[in-house]
Design a protein around this ligand. Structure first.
Ligand SMILES: N[C@@H](CCC(=O)N[C@@H](CS)C(=O)NCC(=O)O)C(=O)O
Length: 217
């Protein structure tokens, strides 16, 4: 199984399935396609007639693109990893909010590109502030389930992977969501896989100036 990703520092969509696979203990090879610095991703996409975007998973002779499609495949193939929670209502909430992350939060995502290396204080726009308030509301919904464990569904699931880049955004740009969100962020940071991703981001020599400028670099 081969996962194609991009810059560990900046590629939020890459982080999601990469983290899910690491936490689930799924063995895979990875290749970084730095699309601002090389045409390898566009060539790969042309060859397979898929969008020139990462993440892409190559498995059992198939190509799967888009983070949600990859993570649904993983949940199906590795049931023992429990990548969705067993409880139906909790799974409904986890699926809905993972899908909401995939399709929404446009203001937050565009104002604050994921940039794991930065530590800054940037004021959110009113639109981004609404997204932060929506996050707090989502965290309250999970808290209401009162499950044991530090992740949204107790143990780590796809919904944690889906929100992992939001954790870097909130942390990196000095944003505030809620106490519940902070506790979850602390748990996410203790994952060896998150630390491995961060170390990878810190070692990368590529930089993307228009993203770094957001943090005043
Ligand atoms: N909806 C896609 C989004 C994928 C995406 O936009 N990936 C970005 C990197 S984070 C990309 O590959 N961009 C290529 C480019 O801008 O040329 C998913 O969930 O995988």
């Amino acid at each position: 199984m081969h996962l194609y990703i991009a810059y560990k520092n900046y590629s939020s969509w890459s982080l999601r399935p990469w983290l899910a696979m690491k936490v689930a203990g799924i063995d895979f090879e990875e290749t970084i396609l730095p699309f601002y610095h090389s045409d390898a991703l566009s060539k790969f996409a042309q060859q397979h007639a898929i969008p020139a975007a990462v993440p892409i998973l190559e498995t059992q002779g198939d190509i799967i693109w888009d983070s949600m499609a990859i993570m649904e495949y993983l949940a199906e193939q590795y049931p023992e990893a429990k990548l969705w929670p067993a409880d139906q209502s909790l799974r409904n909430l986890a699926r809905s909010t993972a899908a909401e992350m995939h399709s929404s939060f446009l203001a937050l995502r565009s104002q604050f590109p994921m940039n794991c290396r930065v530590t800054a204080n940037v004021e959110p726009t009113p639109e981004s502030q609404l997204d932060l308030e929506r996050l707090a509301q989502i965290w309250q919904k999970f808290t209401a389930f009162d499950v044991e464990g530090r992740f949204l569904c107790g143990h780590f699931t796809i919904v944690d992977a889906m929100f992992a880049p939001v954790m870097w955004r909130v942390k990196g740009y000095g944003l505030t969501v809620s106490e519940e969100f902070k506790a979850w962020s602390d748990a996410m940071l203790t994952l060896p896989a998150m630390q491995e991703w961060l170390a990878g981001a810190q070692q990368e020599e590529w930089s993307i100036p228009h993203y770094d400028q957001v943090a005043g670099l």
